[in-house]
Design a protein around this ligand. Structure first.
Ligand code: C2O
Ligand code: CU
Length: 421
């Protein structure tokens, strides 16, 4: 899903990747290029530091194995539930999978019960993604049932998956500074994945850097920056390209709290820069494969907070247009529609909104239009008082979730569905 790919869709499907659902699904007879089995357990396990936590593992580890593939490959994952009493389902966050492989328990499949298995098959676009449970997700994702999925021909890039276990902030499952060797003058691509419920800021000391991809999509014409923080909302990814100093100096990539990745010999910690990079004006514009002004459908999400009953419990809950999930009307689209959406937030807190199965183009925030690279997202931080206009092409039929990725919020009303007629 690079900057170039969304210009080349000459056929009927003119969305993010310009590929058809048939291409995402692949012929059932096609053998997978990448095949693996993930066995889910609920257990006590040790972090890399040796500290024991209670949670969820895949193949005995958390984070689960890093899945690596290259563009266009068919990935096949067989999930086995060995010991998770509540059942499991795996969602491929940011991957525009065919609907049947989306892994949403209760919507696209039943939760996989104890002793049962389920197989996912999908074709991948280049980029940084992650996978996680979509069953009782506020407990299972927080408890560690997750992992990274990297689609790139370059095995030398560096992953920085940030997760919080029992209040302990980790990078790739490790506490404290994580050291990665890097030679002077070498260019290192750091793929940051924020699996936490909160927004984080990433910044770099010891070298300038370039933000080369957001949510798996390349930025068009990115420029090198320094002394700015990069916001990475819950569920989102940011790829930084860092060129190691020629003099052998190290680089520290700050990943929120005290978590950091040290490249080379390491570098001193510096406080968070006051300036924050704004993707709305970063990079240079590029032609799009669709006209967002066409707007075959327009929707508005007004996120608020209101008293009501949810699952029979009285409380103050998050609402969409005054409704609490599951009482939120479905947003219906037809295949091929250009969909415009305004997301306004008057709820008193920020919400990282995540749309499944599609990437959306950010058009404006608070009425200020995007001036930089086409900014494609699957996870968008909508701050309190903010309003975003986004657009996407309805090119992936099915029933898709659109919810807050601060996962407790998703269970407290802030969930909607997009449905194809
Ligand atoms: Cu990453 Cu519906 O979630
Ligand atoms: Cu929220």
């Amino acid at each position: 899903a690079g900057g170039a790919t969304h210009n080349q869709a000459a056929h009927a499907h003119v969305g993010h990747s310009g590929r058809s659902v048939d291409a995402l699904t692949a012929d059932p007879a096609r053998p997978p290029d990448v095949a693996l089995t993930l066995t889910a357990r609920q257990e006590r396990f040790a972090l890399a530091s040796g500290r024991k936590v209670r949670g969820y593992t895949l193949n005995g580890q958390s984070p689960g194995p890093v899945i690596r593939a290259t563009a266009g490959q068919l990935v096949q994952v067989t999930l086995i539930n060995e010991s998770v009493p509540d059942g499991v389902a795996l969602h491929w966050h940011g991957v525009d999978v065919p609907n049947a492989a989306d892994g949403v328990a209760g919507v696209t499949q039943d939760a996989v019960g104890l002793g049962r298995t389920h197989t996912y098959r999908f074709v991948v676009d280049p980029g940084t993604y992650w996978y996680h449970s979509h069953q009782v997700s506020h407990a299972q994702v927080v408890g560690g049932m997750l992992g990274a999925l990297v689609v790139s021909p370059d095995p030398a890039d560096t992953l920085a998956l940030v997760h919080v276990y029992d209040g302990i902030r980790t990078v790739n499952g490790q506490e404290g500074d994580v050291r990665v060797p890097a030679a002077p003058g070498q260019r290192v691509r750091v793929r940051i994945v924020n699996t936490d419920n909160g927004r984080m800021s990433a910044w770099v000391s010891g070298a300038p850097f370039t933000l080369v991809a957001i949510d798996g999509t390349d930025v068009h014409g990115p420029t090198e920056v320094r002394d700015v923080a990069v916001p990475v909302t819950a569920g989102a990814r940011a790829d930084l390209s860092i060129s190691m100093p020629a003099d052998g100096g190290g680089v520290r990539v700050h990943l929120g709290g005290s978590a950091a990745l040290l490249l080379g010999a390491g570098a001193p910690a510096v406080p968070k820069p006051a300036a924050e990079l704004d993707p709305l004006g970063y990079g240079t514009p590029a032609a799009l494969a669709f006209d967002p002004e066409r707007a075959d459908r327009r929707f508005e999400y007004d996120i608020g907070r209101r008293p009501g009953f949810l699952d029979g419990k009285p409380g103050l809950w998050w609402s969409i247009n005054g409704h609490l999930y599951p009482d939120v009307p479905m947003f219906t689209v037809a295949e091929g529609d250009v969909v415009r959406m305004r997301i306004a937030n008057h709820s008193g807190e920020a919400h990282p909104m995540h749309l499944h199965g599609h990437h959306a183009l950010v058009l404006s925030r608070d009425g200020r239009s995007a001036t930089g690279s086409p900014w494609w997202v699957d996870s968008l931080d909508v701050g309190n008082g903010e309003s975003y206009d986004i657009a996407f092409v309805a090119d992936n039929p099915g029933i898709w979730m659109d919810h807050c990725h601060n996962l407790p919020h998703a269970g407290e009303g802030l969930t909607a569905h997009l449905m194809y007629e």
